[in-house]
Design a protein around this ligand. Sequence first.
Ligand code: SF4
Ligand code: SF4
Length: 193
Amino acid sequence: MIEYDKTNCQILSEACFNCNDPYFKPGHSNLPSVGCCSYSPVISLFEIYKMVKQKDYRFFMNEIYNNPNCTIYDDYIIIHAEVHPSFHQKKTDHLSDIEKDDLKLSFSTCQFFQMYKGCTLYPSYKNATCRSFICSTIESQLDDHTQKKMIEWTRTIQVEAQTFNSYHRRVLVKNKLSFKKNVAAVLTYLEGL
Ligand code: SF4
Ligand code: SF4
C-alpha cells in the first residue's frame, strides 16, 4: 500500500489515485478530489537549495519568489493553495477558527497539483511534509511492520530537512540575510554550499 522511493526520499501510495480519506474529501460534490494536496506548501531553504543546485533560478523566481499568491518570510516561502470561489458563499460566522480552516481546506487545491497527474513538482522540490505525509486512512490499513517502516522513513525525511534548515537559518540570521531583504545574497549563499 505504501513504498519508499529511496532516490527521491519520499513515501508513495497507489491509494492516492483514488483518495478515500474522509478528512480530505472535497467541500462540494462539484469540486475535484485532490486529497491532501489541498495544502499550501511551505518551501524551505532545503528545497530552495535543491533548486539552486539544479541552477533552476527561473523556476525559483517565477513559481516561488514572484508567485502572485505567496507569502515570503525570512527563510521560507508559503505558496498558498487556490481557494474555490464557492467557499466565500459559505456561512462561516458560527464556526471556530479551526473549523473555518478545515472548511477552507476542503475548497482548496495546491497550485502545483494537476488533475490526473498529481504533483507537478520535481520530487526534490517537494518539502518534507509532501514527501512523508500519509493520512490516517492509509495508515490504519498498514500491517505493524509497514507502520514501523513508515515511522522510520518519515523520521529520516524530516530530520534531513530540519537539520539543514536549522543550521542554515542560523547562518542567515548571523549574516543578516533573508529572502525578504536580500534574496540574491541568500541564493549566492546556497549556491556556495
Ligand atoms: S495520503 Fe491519504 S489523503 Fe492524501 S491523497 Fe493519499 S489517500 Fe488521499
Ligand atoms: S507540492 Fe505537490 S505534493 Fe505537496 S501539496 Fe502541492 S501538489 Fe501535493
